[in-house]
Ligand binder design. Structure first.
Ligand code: HAM
Length: 420
């Protein structure tokens, strides 16, 4: 037997229902926000993710890099933002004075140590707003991500926010942070010791308890930003307050990717049962990336959610609109013909119907119908179907009526408000 590669998942029908619901929800949700769908390649040039100065752990340790048959150096995309910005620049889809908004759904690859909620191939749903910068966009994007989570039924999460500043402020901050940490080096965790020189920022979000205690008096990025930046940040937070979006300022939130500047945020939940992988999503602003990749001097802000993590949350997608309205089943094989013909007719009339091809026990069929979110179960039983009568069970009200075949259409139409 050949097994699937380590860190990958098969999405089997029990879970795939939820995935389909999630993608359908995403398309509708993004339309409401006027965000357009974009798809970029799953592999990109190696250089896109390994640009000068990129020292994030993701790039140094976690990318899948390979040579193709013509010796081109390529990388399986570890995240979506760089590819979208590459596409934005390459296709010149920028319009001065405006901003463009895109969303994406797709697989990403990181060579990590696999465990629950941390995979080598995983899916993300993300969005990027690129163009003229304004603090209302930060607020718009964060509330969009927040409403997305609420929209799929997730209530139990924390929104953490921090403000990093730009390259200049961050460079000063990094020096001071290093200087603060150096005398503590011996007491820090092994991982953090390795980061002191190369990537001190990441020490801030270390999960080690000892590290966290040592960080209590560490410098804070908010003390390094300009007055203008502080004012913009406050304005963004004010909008969130007005929209009743609750958040916490977390001085240790730095995020794992190096392109961030100014605002960063993360959605965390304790439900994922893992101290280090409790983020369902996150994002922030990137002021330099577009220009660094050859585009105009415009900024971007975006977020991405981990799809597997969303699907693993117990309340996600429980109450989204049902997939089907009517489930048809039959008790005896002799009734399968009638039920199949009626199923085909209802489908042609735009009802959302499902035909249980194999007659299971009635109890199982009720369970199946409920699993698909069906409102009605039509039962064809030879005791009545010989007389052209079907049992119509309302699964929400637990009631049942008998109807003649010719009455079905009008009855269902009236109760389900199906458009012709
Ligand atoms: P990220 O925080 O690296 O951000 O990933 C976003 C989400 O993807 C995480 O919160 C997590 O839910 C999920 N995720 C990441 N790695 C894994 C993994 N190995 N297994 C399962 N799920 C995972 C980004 O990728 C940025 N591109 C987000 C962004 C968009 N920033 C600006 N625009």
């Amino acid at each position: 037997m050949i097994s699937r590669p380590k860190g990958t998942n098969d999405l089997l029908p029990t879970e795939s229902q939820k995935f389909v619901k999630l993608t359908n929800f995403t398309h509708k949700f993004m339309k409401k926000y006027n965000v357009e769908f974009i798809r970029t390649p799953i592999f990109e040039s190696y250089e896109l993710f390994h640009r000068n100065g990129e020292l994030s752990d993701m790039v140094t340790k976690e990318t899948y890099d390979f040579l193709d048959r013509a010796n081109r150096k390529l990388t399986l995309r570890p995240e979506g933002t760089a590819g979208i910005v590459r596409s934005y620049v390459e296709n010149k889809i920028f319009s001065p004075g405006h901003f463009s908004s895109y969303y994406y759904i797709g697989p990403f690859f990181r060579y990590e140590r696999p465990q629950k909620n941390r995979y080598r191939e995983f899916y993300q749903i993300g969005a990027e707003l690129i163009g003229n910068k304004h603090f209302t966009q930060d607020a718009e994007l964060i509330s969009m991500a927040y409403n997305f989570l609420k929209g799929i039924g997730i209530e139990d999460f924390k929104l953490k926010i921090n403000y990093l500043g730009n390259h200049e402020e961050l460079s000063k901050f990094k020096i001071d942070l290093s200087n603060y940490l150096k005398p503590l080096k011996e007491s820090l965790s092994k991982e953090s010791q390795l980061r002191i020189e190369k990537n001190p920022l990441r020490i801030l979000d270390s999960k080690s308890e000892t590290d966290r205690k040592l960080l209590i008096n560490a410098p804070k990025t908010l003390d390094y930003i300009s007055q203008k930046q502080a004012k913009e940040f406050q304005q963004t937070l004010k909008i969130l307050d007005k929209k009743h979006i609750s958040y916490e300022i977390d001085h240790t939130l730095v995020r794992g990717i190096d392109y961030y500047s100014e605002i960063v945020f993360e959605f965390q939940t304790s439900e994922l049962n893992s101290s280090s992988h409790n983020a369902v999503g996150g994002g922030g602003r990137y002021n330099d990336l577009v220009n660094e990749l050859g585009g105009p001097k415009v900024s971007g802000v975006g977020f991405a959610f981990g799809v597997e993590r969303l699907l693993n949350l117990k309340n996600s997608l429980n109450s989204l609109p049902e997939n089907i309205d009517i489930f048809l089943t039959y008790i005896d094989d002799v009734d399968s013909l009638d039920s199949y013909i009626i199923f085909s007719n209802l489908r042609m009339k735009n009802f959302k119907v499902y035909f249980g091809y194999k007659s299971n026990t009635l109890k199982t069929e009720i369970k199946n119908a409920l699993g698909l979110g069906s409102k009605y179960l039509l039962i064809f039983d030879s005791k009545t179907s010989g007389k052209g009568i079907v049992q119509v069970r309302n699964l929400q009200q637990h009631s049942q009526v008998e109807l003649k075949y010719e009455e079905l259409d009008a009855y269902l139409r009236e109760n389900l408000e199906v458009k012709k």
